[in-house]
Design a protein around this ligand. Structure first.
Ligand code: NAD
Length: 294
């Protein structure tokens, strides 16, 4: 049976690893947090005493960590302990440069690797409905796909090393910008005396239609499942949106891309976060815009 090591059993990694157990895989995990380890044990994950112990017999190694520096530090520690022929996959959202460095580190040891960040949030991790965006060789992708498909419903090969992270930050830059656009439209509608539902009914079937409006509407009412109906509890926390917008800006700077709206979105989410809204859903920016514009 394919044996899987899972390093980073937090809000995302914990339920993802649990879904692999449910799918019948033998999963050994490790996390620095004793609370995450205890929760993982209840899900049937064997918890190892260290990351190196977790990976030593694994055919597939998966990491799900906060940022690029954690991934590079964990990979440099575990790669010497990973057995020849194993595939190493990073599902964290990290900067493209660190992702490429991680691939190079694996390549130096003749190990196959994949960057495979996700979208879909904690709900998607629990429900095994994540979207995976993968970067790496077709051979590595083919080997990873059956495993990733136990944790997600859409698995896309985006290109070579780092392409998964590139797709993730480009997508989330669209999301951050479009949420601000939709929120501004509702704020303007309020000032003009136009009902939320009326704007929704028109824009959701017209050229203003987008995911931020039709699935994640930032005002309560038109889309009952959106966080606006639940006091802007996440969902997708504003702090994570800011993280991804900053990664997009770093990548734009490094590659020479012109992204003025991405830069403005990053600024607005930085202000929103620093006003004490880090833990709010990112669609709560509408309340911040109301405050700024009134
Ligand atoms: P989290 O903080 O809940 O989990 C990260 C885990 O990594 C923690 O449990 C931490 O203890 C562990 N960790 C850190 N350093 C470690 C090390 N050296 N060895 C072992 N474990 C270590 O974060 P999360 O919400 O699970 O997010 C993980 C990644 O997924 C991030 O890169 C995030 O941007 C991305 N992501 C999160 C969401 C979301 O909605 N939460 C959605 C998409 C992508």
């Amino acid at each position: 049976m394919t044996s899987i090591a899972f390093i980073g059993l937090g809000n995302m990694g914990g339920p993802m690893a649990a879904n692999l157990v449910k799918a019948g895989y033998d999963v050994t995990g490790f996390d620095l947090s004793p609370t995450s380890c205890d929760q993982a044990k209840t899900e049937g994950i064997t918890v190892a005493g260290s990351a190196n112990e977790a990976v030593k017999d694994a055919d597939i190694v998966i990491t799900m960590l906060p940022a690029g520096k954690h991934v590079l530090s964990v990979w440099s520690g575990i790669l010497p302990a990973v057995k020849p022929g194993a595939l190493v996959i990073d599902c964290s959202t990290i900067d493209v440069e660190s992702a490429r460095k991680a691939h190079a580190m694996a390549g130096d040891r003749s190990l196959q690797s994949l960057d495979a960040p996700v979208s879909g949030g904690v709900g998607g991790a629990k429900g095994a409905t994540l979207t995976f965006m993968a970067g790496g060789t077709l051979e590595a992708f083919a080997k990873a796909e059956p495993i990733l498909s136990r944790m997600g419903k859409r698995i896309v090969h985006c290109g070579e090393a780092g392409a998964g992270q590139a797709a993730k930050i480009c997508n989330n830059m669209i999301l951050g910008i479009s949420m601000i656009g939709v929120a501004e439209a509702f704020v303007l509608a309020e000032k003009l005396g136009l009902a939320h539902q009326a704007l929704f009914d028109v824009a959701s079937t017209s050229s203003g239609q987008c995911w931020s409006l039709t699935t994640y509407c930032p005002v309560p009412g038109p889309v009952p499942t959106s966080p606006a109906n639940n006091d802007y509890k996440p969902g997708f926390a504003a702090t994570l949106m800011l993280k991804d917008l900053k990664l997009a800006q770093e990548a734009a700077l490094a590659s020479g891309a012109t992204t003025p709206l991405g830069a403005e979105a990053a600024q607005l989410y930085a202000l929103f976060n620093s006003a004490g809204h880090e833990g709010d859903d990112f669609s709560g920016i509408i309340n911040f815009l109301r405050g700024r514009k009134s």
